[in-house]
Design a protein around this ligand. Sequence first.
Ligand code: G
Ligand code: G
Ligand code: MN
Ligand code: NA
Length: 253
Amino acid sequence: VRMEQDLRGAWERGELSLAYQPVYRLDDGRLVGAEALLRWRHPEHGHVAPALFIDVAEQSGLIEAIGPQVLRAACMDARGWQEEAPAARQLFVSVNVSARQLRAGDLATQVEAVLRETGLPPSRLHVELTETAVIGDEARVSGLLARLRNSGVKVWLDDFGTGFSGLSHLRRVPVDGVKIDRSFIADVLRDPDDLALTTAIIAMAHSLGIQVVAEGVEKEGQYALLRERGCDMAQGYWLGQPMPDEEFRRLLA
Ligand code: G
Ligand code: G
Ligand code: MN
Ligand code: NA
């Protein structure tokens, strides 16, 4: 209850901010975009772990207020990146959308309004949904995602592989790609099962005509292996930590 109270109005008080983690294409090593990750600096307790407060935001319904603010801020920041370098005109920003947000308002209408307001081209906005967000409501979610994708927004299935039923979802839910959960990448150099799963996810995604991002790349060897296996993109501490917008802009300049 305490955290819920503290989280209420945190955005307006300037305690919440976005960090951007760079995403690189593996074939040529180019920067292609960034994932927006919410950060909370509590006035007394300092930095609060996102896994903790996102859960509270989700349970309490506060995410329905915070989500649209995150979406708008991320699109505005991404629109500003091109001021640093002409090539930044192509970069995407990837925004996490939770199950509750997906069910609450009309996400497609919200997204369309924010894109109009910020002038960010739709193809530069990516939306990340977890497999669990999609479960149970596939018909409605599919319709919503189809509308988003028709407008040019790209949709990714996040934490892919952890939901046990990833394959069946891909059949019914239209997405542009999957993000391999970092738990598979962590041991991919040592554990033959994780390597087999990662390789299988890449092959399966490509045979369905969709792309693959690997998360949690912490070592050069993981990067090299993923590249060799034909994975499309990667992010992780070895490539770049999540950083404030000012720092991300310095990376672009
Ligand atoms: O940021 P890590 O930095 O620890 O993020 C932890 C979790 O919080 C991840 O699963 C991530 O998807 C989720 N997350 C981060 N930012 C957002 C956000 O803006 N909205 C939602 N719904 N989830 C987020
Ligand atoms: O669930 P989601 O994929 O949206 O969350 C991304 C989370 O992963 C964030 O908490 C982010 O800070 C974290 N993260 C990003 N890169 C790495 C990495 O290389 N290693 C680990 N352990 N976590 C990472
Ligand atoms: Mn994510
Ligand atoms: Na993930």
